[in-house]
Design a binder for this molecule. Structure first.
Ligand SMILES: [Zn+2]
Length: 496
């Protein structure tokens, strides 16, 4: 620890390194020495270039330290973090969430400890942020609402301070009174500040933290996941993490809708406009089965859900992970939805059943649903679970599910890309693929990973390769395939 501190001090002694070091480690350096006693701050403010006025709620958990929830709706934020009760209203907050600002950094003066030092520091490191803050400090509304917390964007995080304003602050109205107040409390006898670091909890950050800037997430999409089994369970969790069932940032919807309007026909344009008005994503999970004891060894759900409908239990699980997300179980089976396909942007067939895959593929084509910007994805395990596969369809001209076999008159259809060298391993029972063959939880996880990657490549603007296959290492397993399949000759699924 002492050595660590000495190294830090040595570096700080060199002005040239101060800026770079403190940009990288600002959040650690900003925290007061006894940060453990301070509240953990969680922030959920909308993206804006202007300061956003927020409320705050304080919670002291019996087990941990105090938590402060800051946002326009801090009780919704508290619920998001699993806190429902014993919340106490705290002071108002001003959040300066502009991303036009550069990363803030510390000067050789070290972190500020009072309002004057803070003003001088901010003016030096970010004149733009200083201008916004200064304008607030000149506004009488600021004093009337008793704003005591200030948070500033730095890179992708927020740091700020708390200041206990004297009671006289509420009586500040005129420009003259404001000048006098600032003269006393900032310049003559600067008020001490408590430095705070905030964790972002806004949806944009939670969903996009790990995505490349140009890749759209899944918020705002209408997604149907068919199959809440081992593969579907992991896929559902992945979809949630990528924003499915969440509302989309309005700005992004507008840009994308404009793009879609340009590319697509009138029908989907009308639908896009309806979505723009709604701006709400939805994840429907369709499965008729109950969870059994035999499922839990490779399912995201556990023993407490045995005996419950898989779709219901999976949706409840997702809501625990992300309160407020729009997910809905559909326990009636896919056939009940066949007249309503137009409401979905994305359909994922995660049942793993070959007969069902053929059925879905034919159904969406017959309904005229298979056209941009719609997306259908099948994902399944081959034989003994050593190979996971996915087939994407985003246009009627793509290879269909049946195109994975070759058809010669008078013979049985043969797989065009067999997964195993031993033909017997490719065989499957009447009930679909390999339901009884031993494979561990790693196989459905691999299938869900493949499905997630396929979906996100489509989201990024290129669905290719539409046929994907990943193999585990093992004898007799054919290597991975990644290509766009040509359509099979005389395919019963898509010819004629
Ligand atoms: Zn076909």
């Amino acid at each position: 620890m002492i050595e660590d501190a000495r190294q830090t001090l040595d570096r700080i002694a060199e002005p040239a390194s101060v800026v770079e070091d403190s940009k990288r480690e600002l959040h650690r350096l900003w925290q007061p020495a006894h940060a453990a006693a301070e509240a953990e701050v969680y922030l959920d403010a909308p993206f804006s270039e202007h300061p956003v006025h927020c409320k705050s709620l304080l919670y002291t958990s019996p087990a941990g330290g105090p938590q402060l929830f800051v946002g326009q709706d801090p009780s919704a934020l508290a619920r998001k973090l699993g806190v429902q009760s014993q919340l106490i209203a705290s002071h108002d907050a001003m959040v300066y969430p502009s991303q036009i600002h550069e990363n803030l950094y510390l000067t050789s003066m070290g972190p500020p400890g009072n309002l004057l030092a803070f003003a001088n520091w901010l003016k030096q490191v970010s004149p733009a942020a200083y201008a916004l803050w200064h304008a607030q400090m000149q506004s009488s509304a600021h004093y009337q609402s008793g704003v005591a917390y200030h948070f500033f964007a730095s890179g992708r995080q927020f740091l700020g301070y708390f200041v206990a304003l004297p009671k006289t602050a509420r009586r500040v109205h005129s420009a003259k009174e404001i000048r006098a107040f600032l003269g006393t409390n900032v310049y003559q006898d600067p008020l001490p500040i408590k430095r705070l670091s905030a964790q972002r909890m806004d949806e944009d950050y939670l969903v996009r933290r790990n995505l490349e800037a140009e890749v759209p997430d899944l918020r705002g999409l209408q997604v149907l996941l068919v199959g809440a089994g081992a593969i579907g369970g992991f896929i559902a969790q992945n979809l949630l993490q990528l924003g499915a069932g969440g509302s989309r940032a309005p700005k992004r919807v507008v840009v994308e809708t404009a793009k879609i309007l340009k590319q697509a026909g009138k029908k989907s344009a009308t639908r896009s406009l309806a979505l723009l008005a709604e701006n709400k994503g939805m994840l429907h999970i369709c499965d008729r089965d109950l969870l059994s004891g035999g499922n839990v060894g490779r399912h995201v759900l556990g023993t407490q859900d045995v005996g419950k409908p898989k779709a219901d239990a999976l949706c409840a699980h997702l809501k625990r992970l992300r309160p407020g997300v729009s997910v809905r179980p559909i326990a009636t089976g896919f056939h009940t939805l066949e007249g309503e396909l137009e409401r979905y942007d994305v359909i994922i067939d995660a049942t793993g059943y070959e007969t069902f895959g053929r059925h879905v593929s034919k159904t969406v084509r017959a309904a005229g649903w298979l056209r941009p910007p719609h997306f259908l994805l099948h994902v399944w395990l081959e034989g003994r679970g050593g190979v996971v596969r996915g087939l994407a369809q985003d246009d009627a001209s793509c290879a269909c599910y049946d195109c994975m076999w070759s058809y010669t008159a008078g013979t049985e259809p043969r797989p065009r890309h067999p997964a195993y060298s031993d033909a017997k391993w490719n065989a499957h029972g009447d009930d679909g693929y390999a339901t009884m063959t031993p494979f561990s939880v790693s196989a459905p996880m691999a299938a869900a990973a493949l499905a997630t990657d396929a979906l996100m490549s489509w989201r990024a603007g290129n669905a290719a390769p539409r046929f994907r296959s990943r193999s585990s290492e093992g004898k007799g397993i054919h290597p991975s395939v990644a290509k766009d399949l040509s359509r099979a000759k005389s395919c019963p699924g898509c010819s004629g």
